[in-house]
Design a binder for this molecule. Structure first.
Ligand SMILES: Nc1ncnc2c1ncn2[C@@H]1O[C@H](COP(=O)(O)OP(=O)(O)O)[C@@H](O)[C@H]1O
Ligand SMILES: [Mg+2]
Length: 140
């Protein structure tokens, strides 16, 4: 699939983009970008767009590592920022999550490429200015 590129000019616009992308996303989604790029902000919109929770309910899972939103068709939001070793990541049980077919959104997962499935969506976020973000969506 060719990549799609978006520009947003506020956090609200990034949430709205996440809402509109939500229905098209399946499986494993890597959110890739620097601190403050808008990964968690986009995740808010994705969770809301899936209808499993409100954007306000979504916060950075940096300390909890894995957050689950919804029950029937849950969305998992994982932040690997605080983990250094592959075995710590494996111990989270991500393989079972990947196999479950649920939508799994990950931040900082590009640091563990060997643990990620070959088939995945990569969303790259880049701050163009204080308020502008370039967001590239690519399914590989
Ligand atoms: N266009 C934009 N999209 C997303 N966030 C933006 C945008 N403009 C400003 N921001 C701000 O940038 C920060 C992004 O934070 P966050 O989503 O937690 O980033 P990350 O998870 O990538 O570290 C927030 O403070 C948000 O208000
Ligand atoms: Mg974050």
């Amino acid at each position: 699939m060719p990549s799609r590129t978006f520009r947003t000019n506020s956090a609200d616009e990034t949430v709205a983009l996440g809402r509109s992308l939500a229905r098209d996303l399946t499986g494993v989604v890597l959110l890739i970008g620097n601190l403050g790029a808008g990964k968690t902000t986009l995740a808010k919109g994705i969770v809301e767009g899936r209808g499993v929770d409100s954007a306000d309910a979504v916060s950075s899972p940096t300390f909890t590592l894995i957050q689950q939103y919804g029950e029937g068709e849950p969305v998992f939001h994982i932040d690997l920022y605080r983990l250094d070793e592959a075995r710590q990541v494996e111990a989270l049980g991500i393989d079972d999550l990947f196999r479950s077919g649920a939508l799994v959104i990950l931040e900082w997962a590009e640091r563990f490429p060997e643990l990620m499935p070959a088939r995945r969506t990569e969303i790259r976020l880049r701050a163009v200015s204080e308020e502008e973000r370039e967001i590239v969506v690519e399914t590989v």
